[in-house]
Each structure stands twice: as C-alpha cells, then as structure tokens.
Design a protein around this ligand. Structure first.
Ligand code: ZN
Length: 588
C-alpha cells in the first residue's frame, strides 16, 4: 500500500506537471517550448502517444468497462459529533476506519484525473481501485482529514461551492482560498466545481441561472488556482439532460452525481456515480462483485475459420445442437421484414445460419422489426443507433458483440460508450458487424449463474423456452447453437459450458430459435417441425468450408432433419408468420 502510494505520488506529480505546468508557471501554454533554456536532447524515434488532456471532453471508453471503480462521497470530517452534526459527517475515527478497511482490502487510490483518464481512454487501473471525494469545502477536511491523507499520500477530490469560501460561521466552517491553494499545490487534492451558491435543486432552476452557477464558479476557481478546473460535482447530485448538456458546453469533462454504483456503470462521463461514505463496504464489495460477475470484459479473440461442422448431443444433461466454425456475416432483411434463416443462408451463399438477436416486439400488425440496441449488418453496411432512451437504460451491461473476418470483441454495453459507430470502433477498430446480445451466459469457460446473468438481461431471460446462443471455444472457433427442448437460459448456459464454450451469449429465443446447417433445419422454434424455420428480421449467415457432422449422433440428427428450403417460399413463410403473430403478444 505504502509503496504503491509513493509510486502514485510520482505519477501524479508527473501528470500534474505535464498538464497544468508546474506551480511556478501556471497557465503556461502547452507548447513544445516547455524545455526552453534546456539543451535540447535528441528526440526519440517513437511516434508520440496522443496526449491525454483532462480538459478535452471525451465520452466513456468501452475498454474502461473491464474495471469497476468505487467512488466515495464524503462531506465534513469532524473530531466528534456535536449539536450541529449531520448523518453525512464523518468523525476522524470513522474516517480512519474506512481507510483501514481499504488498507486491509488492498485497495488502490486513484486521483480524479486517473479516474477520468481511465474512463475516457480505457487506460487500465489496478483492481480494487477507489476514489475519495469530498463535497462542500469544509474546514474539517483541512483540520482533520488532510493531515491523514497527506501522511498516507492518498489523493482526493474536493468540490467547492465558491460563494462560501472562507465562511467561518456556523457549525460547519469552510476553507479559505489560501487553504484551497495549499491543497491544490500539494498535488494530492484536486479541486473541482460545486456551483456558486449550492442550489437545493440545480436542475429545476431556469437554464440561465444554472449557467451562471456552473460558469461563474468554474472561472473563479480557475482564476484563484491558476489552472483549468474540468471536474464538477452537482450539488445534491441534481442534474437532468439539460444540465448535463450545459455542463459539457461550459468545459467540464467529468461530473459526479449521487446515484450509487461503480463509476464505469454510470450513464455517462458527466453523470459519474458515487456512494456516500457510510456505505463504503457495500459500495466496495459491489464493485468487486460486479468486476467479477459482469464479465470483466472486454474480451477479444482471433476467429478460427475452421470447417463448418454440426454437433448434436447431450452436454451436462442439456440437449444441444450447434454449428461450429466458419465466419458469420450478420444480415437483416433490407425491407425491414422477416425471412426464414434458411432463406437468408441461401440468399447470402452461406453454409449454415442461425437466428439473430433480439428485435422490438413485433406489433400484431405493422412491420416494426427494429433491433434492440445498436447494430450493423453486413448486407446493409449502415450503423444503426438505438434512440429509445427508456430502452437504453435497460440495456446497460448486455454484451455488445463486434467482429470482422479475423477478430471478434465483446464488451458490456454502455449507451455512452457503445451506441455509436465511433464508440464500437474503440472496441474493435475494423468491425464490419455488430449487435447487442441478450445476456452474457458463459465467461472464461464457466456457466454464469442465474443471478449473475440477471444483472444485465431482460426480465424474462430465464423463462423456459427454446433457447439459442452464440459464442466461441477457447481456440477461437465460433459456435452457433440452440437447445432441443424448452429450457431456461441458465440451464442452457451450463450445457454450453459443458460443450466447451469459452464465451457465450444469449440470442433471440422462443419462436425465433433456428439453426440451419447444409440445407437442413436442425433447430426450430416452431412447435411443428414440418414448418420452415421461423422468419426473423436478423440472422447470422455462416460462411466457410463445409465439414461433416461431428459423430454418429450428430450425423443422425442431420439425416433426420427437414430441408430448410423445400417449403420456404416467401409466400408460405408470410402466411405462417401471420398465423403465429396473433398468438404472440408477449413483449420481448
Ligand atoms: Zn454539496
């Protein structure tokens, strides 16, 4: 811990000097003449890394989602509770107790800038990272917390409401400008904005008043401290979309609310979640659980374009059929309608195929086959953004899968990081296809439990249905599978893990379940096997070299299967779908 802190301070000092200039040349322009007067050294041949600039706005980066940082929010730190004390004060004893706990847990402290760089560039941070923030500029911080933090070299953030600087009245006196400058110069405390007057409900103020609160406090802090102040905490966490837009336009690049949860699961970089210090244990444990359970992912693998084979059999008692190998292309009916998987396979010259991912509940009439979440299909080549704000909230954490012919990557969905083509490029620079799967069901070769899966899945994910999955084995062979029976998602996850899947994801299920291999339907969501595979708006068409079914049982499954084309004329298909639609009113 101690060793880490020393290293940390060194890094912090370097970072602080790099971006703010050292204290003797505040506001020095960031020019290449920083070495003026020093004998020029030979330039290194390596191209410079693009510099991280904390004052430049950038959204959450998908690679940040592989960690879970706990941000704690403190207020005053007092020697002991008195008449004027409030529940969100900490006593020195309580404060030490929290630091001792983090010490025992091997926690690592990040500065606000460390956190910001991690969130917007995806730079890795140590496991069990914690950020300490303090609101409201209390003198108690200077008197009681700062000596401890300084002696332990622990960084922290202090959010200052500028109208109250130096106000010594009442039971909660505030720090002076001189004290704030001293903290700022130490390099261990980063000062952030907290408006001028600390409105009780910032978002409810007229937008002009919000602007004045946010802009004037920022410029006063910058004038006093002599450097940019890009970070903010909304008083009482009050911010709506207009406040956030304003915050961004005023040059803030990271802002904190009071909604609880790990930083990376925040809705955006201007709405970073924090937890009150009294819940430090819960918050820290939650972060560790989430880091473990929301697969610590970004997961990437090279695609092994193996011969396309068929396997049918029991795996851990679960009856599965799956196609392995090849490379999939994601296709959607360009007319916005539906086709059977067999039709997509034929049309796009594939060897096999499966139904795609989830789509918006097909209205009984109408052709609303819009996909859930962002996606890009290869036949359309256009990136679609999901613009349904209410739906997006529910999609956080679901696996976003992006690939091209050689590589496939997956990350838990964040609407800020991954609901744009540029965002997905941060995950997979050369992706040609992407979609949002229903849930992450196998990770690192282990089936995830029902409760683990439930953290980012639709409410009905575990209802018994015919279920479909997509994933890969440890050698990078992709796998496209389904259950032969009506089953829960967690049961399918156990089967998929037993079948050797390294990572697996829930695809659309129920009636949509369809696996087609070499012209035959190996799995169908229809109750009657004489019907062609159910029509869907989106499918994975598997291209590559066709292999043989893997063993006797799989060969028999293939021989017994119905043709995917003999009754798949569009007209017949449409009629089938119309009948089915009326029976199918559930929401997805
Ligand atoms: Zn406050």
């Amino acid at each position: 811990m101690h060793r880490f802190n020393l290293k940390y301070v060194a890094i912090l000092v370097v970072v602080a000097m790099a971006f703010y200039g050292c204290t003797s040349k505040l506001n020095a322009p960031k020019q290449p003449d920083a070495n003026a007067g020093v004998k020029p050294a030979p330039l290194p041949v390596v191209p410079p890394e693009p510099a991280y600039d904390p004052t430049a706005f950038a959204p959450l980066h998908p690679r940040a989602l592989s960690s879970r940082v706990t941000v704690l929010m403190f207020h005053d730190v007092v020697t002991e509770r008195g008449k004027g004390s409030v529940y969100f004060d900490s006593t020195v004893d309580e404060f030490n107790q929290i630091l001792d706990y983090f010490d025992e847990q091997g926690a690592h402290y990040l500065s606000l800038k460390d956190l910001h760089e991690h969130l917007v560039t995806g730079k890795e941070v140590p496991e069990r990272s914690v950020v300490l923030t303090f609101d409201d500029n209390y003198q108690g911080f200077y008197d009681n917390a700062w000596p401890i933090l300084k002696s332990k070299n622990i960084p922290s953030g202090m959010f200052v409401h500028t109208d109250f600087v130096g106000n010594k009245s009442g039971s909660h006196p505030k720090m002076s400008w001189d004290q704030l400058k001293e903290l700022d110069k130490s390099g261990l405390v980063e000062i952030g904005g907290h408006t001028c007057s600390h409105p009780g409900d910032l978002k409810s103020l007229p937008i002009d008043d919000q602007e004045r609160e946010l802009a004037e406090s920022k410029s006063l802090l910058e004038e006093q401290l002599g450097h940019p102040v890009p970070f903010l905490a909304y008083p009482v966490g009050s911010a709506d979309s207009k406040t956030i837009e304003l915050t961004k336009s005023l040059g803030y690049t990271m802002a904190f609310t009071m909604k609880n949860g790990p930083a990376e699961e925040s809705p955006g970089v201007l709405e970073i979640q924090r937890t009150i210090q009294t819940k430090y244990k819960d918050a820290f444990e939650q972060s560790q659980d989430r880091a473990k359970n929301v697969p610590a992912a970004v997961v990437t693998t090279d695609i092994n374009n193996a011969p396309i084979t068929l396997t049918a059999g029991e795996f851990d008692g679960i009856s599965l059929v799956f196609v392995s190998g090849g490379v999939p292309v994601s296709v959607r009916d360009p007319a916005g309608g539906r086709k059977s998987v067999g039709t997509y396979v034929e049309k796009h010259s594939g060897m096999a195929g499966m139904n795609g991912t989830f789509f918006v509940n097909a209205a009984l009439r109408g052709t609303d086959n819009a996909m859930i979440g962002p996606f890009k299909s290869q036949n359309e080549g256009v990136f679609f953004v999901d613009r349904d704000a209410r739906r997006l909230e529910k999609l956080i954490g679901r696996p976003l899968i992006a690939w091209n012919e050689t590589k496939i990557s997956v990350a838990p969905f964040s609407s800020e990081a991954l609901n744009s083509e540029d965002g997905v490029r941060q995950l997979h620079p050369e992706f040609t296809d992407c979609f949002l799967a229903g849930a992450w069901i196998v990770h690192n070769g282990e089936a995830r439990s029902r409760s683990e899966i439930s953290t980012a899945a639709a409410g009905d994910f575990n209802d018994p249905r015919k279920r479909a999955f997509f994933g890969w084995k440890s050698d990078g062979t992709l796998v496209y599978g389904a259950t032969q029976n009506v089953i829960t998602t967690s049961a399918m996850a156990r089967g998929a893990a037993a079948a050797g899947l390294q990572e697996a994801f829930l695809m659309d299920s129920g009636f949509s379940t369809s696996i087609v291999f070499n012209g035959k339907i190996l799995a169908t969501g229809h109750s009657s096997e004489s019907l062609p595979s159910r029509e869907v708006p989106h499918a994975l068409v598997i291209k590559g070299e066709l292999g043989q079914p893997i063993d006797v049982e799989s060969k028999k499954a293939f021989d017994d299967a119905k043709s995917s084309t003999e009754i798949s004329s569009d007209t017949n298909g449409e009629e089938v779908v119309k009948t089915k639609k009326r029976r199918r009113s559930r929401r997805r």
